[in-house]
Design a protein around this ligand. Structure first.
Ligand code: SF4
Length: 325
C-alpha cells in the first residue's frame, strides 16, 4: 500500500496525473484512509495553485423550458419541478446580477441560459453586450454557459471581452445515455473542443451522484484530462422534487471528498471548482473540500437551488487561512 501512496503523490506532484487504475483505487478508498488522501491532495493543490481560491457566481439568465431531457435537471422538458421559467433577462437585469455578485465577493461571473444551444442572434448580441459592460464597468472576469456554441459564436463573445466558456460533460461517456437521450455526448465534447480552439478558457466538469459507478467517475476525469480543460466544476446531486432524480441520495460527505481528490490527482494543475450541491452533500465537511484539492467554489445561489450566504463562505476561507484569488 505504501507504494500506492508514493506513486500517486509523485505522479500528481510531477503534473502528469495518476493513471486510471490508481484513480479507481482513490475513489474506492475506505473512510479510514481519508486523512492520508487529503494529505496528498492538499499538497498537490498547494504546489500548483497555492492558497488563493477562485470565487465564481452565476445568474440564471434564461430559465426552464429546455428541449433536452437531462434527468437531474429541474429545467429539462421532463421536469415537473416548480421553478421560475422566463426568457432571456434584459441586459440591465444581467448587469445588476453581476453587480450583486461582485458585492458578494465573486471575481468571476457567469451568464447561464437553459437550452441545448443559444442560436438566436439577438439573444447572443444581448449576452455579448452584457459581457462587455460587466468587464469594463465591474472588472469581473466573465464566463458564459449557453450550450453547444459553434466556434464563430465563441469568437464573437471573446471579441466582446469574454474570458471563459462553460459547458459540462455531466458524466462519463458510458453513463451519459442513461441520463440524457435527446442529444449525443459527442456534441458536448465537440463544443468543449470548439471553445478551447477558439481561444476561450474552458470550464468543463460534471455532476456526481446520478447513479454512475466509481469507474464512470474516473472515466469522466480521464476525458477531461484528455480534453485539456482549464477548470473543472464539480456538482453533487441535490435532487429537486419533480425531476426523475427526486429522492436519490447516494453520496456521503466522504465520497464527495474522494471525488474531489481523484479529480485533483488526475488533473493536478487544473482549477477544481466545487459548485452546486455542496451544502447538502458535504454538509459539515465543506471546509475539507480545499484539503481534497478544490481551488474554487461558487458563491451565492445555483441555477435552481439556493446556496448559503456568501459571508459564510468568505468567513470559511479566512478561518482556513485561504484567500480569494
Ligand atoms: S442540463 Fe442544460 S441541456 Fe440539460 S436539461 Fe438542463 S438546461 Fe437543458
Amino acid at each position: 500500500m505504501d507504494a500506492f501512496w508514493e506513486r500517486i503523490r509523485s505522479r500528481a506532484m510531477d503534473g502528469e496525473g495518476i493513471g486510471e487504475e490508481d484513480a479507481l483505487e482513490v475513489v474506492s478508498l475506505p473512510d479510514a484512509a481519508l486523512w492520508r488522501l487529503l494529505d496528498v491532495a492538499e499538497a498537490v493543490r498547494r504546489r500548483f495553485k497555492g492558497d488563493g481560491i477562485r470565487l465564481c457566481s452565476i445568474v440564471n439568465a434564461k430559465s426552464g423550458a429546455c428541449s433536452e431531457d437531462c434527468s437531474f435537471c429541474a429545467q429539462s422538458r421532463q421536469s415537473a419541478a416548480e421553478i421560475p421559467k422566463y426568457p432571456l433577462l434584459s441586459g440591465e437585469e444581467i448587469f445588476r446580477a453581476a453587480s450583486e455578485a461582485k458585492e458578494r465577493g465573486a471575481r468571476e461571473f457567469s451568464i447561464v441560459a437553459s437550452g441545448l444551444a443559444m442560436r438566436d442572434r439577438k439573444e447572443l448580441a444581448r449576452v455579448g453586450d452584457a459581457v462587455a459592460r460587466i468587464g469594463t464597468e465591474l472588472g469581473l472576469e466573465t464566463c458564459v454557459s449557453l450550450g453547444t456554441l459553434p466556434p464563430r459564436d465563441v469568437e464573437y463573445l471573446l471579441s466582446r471581452g469574454l474570458r471563459s466558456v462553460h459547458h459540462n460533460l455531466e458524466t462519463s461517456r458510458s453513463f451519459f445515455p442513461r441520463i440524457c437521450t435527446t442529444h449525443d455526448y459527442e456534441e458536448d465534447v465537440a463544443a468543449v473542443r470548439a471553445a478551447g480552439n477558439a481561444g476561450a478558457w474552458v470550464c468543463c466538469g460534471g455532476i456526481f451522484g446520478l447513479g454512475e459507478s466509481l469507474r464512470d467517475r474516473v472515466e469522466l476525469a480521464m476525458t477531461l484530462r484528455e480534453l485539456g480543460v482549464d477548470s473543472i466544476p464539480v456538482n453533487f446531486l441535490n435532487p429537486v422534487p419533480g425531476t426523475p432524480m427526486e429522492g436519490r441520495r447516494e453520496l456521503t460527505p466522504t465520497s464527495c471528498l474522494r471525488i474531489i481528490a481523484m479529480l485533483r490527482l488526475t488533473n493536478p494543475a487544473r482549477e477544481i471548482i466545487v459548485c452546486g450541491g455542496r451544502e447538502v452533500n458535504l454538509r459539515g465537511l465543506q471546509s475539507l473540500m480545499f484539503a481534497a484539492g478544490a481551488t474554487g467554489t461558487m458563491v451565492g445561489n445555483y441555477l435552481t437551488t439556493t446556496g448559503r450566504p456568501a459571508e459564510e463562505d468568505l468567513a470559511m476561507l479566512r478561518d482556513l487561512g485561504l484567500f480569494p484569488r
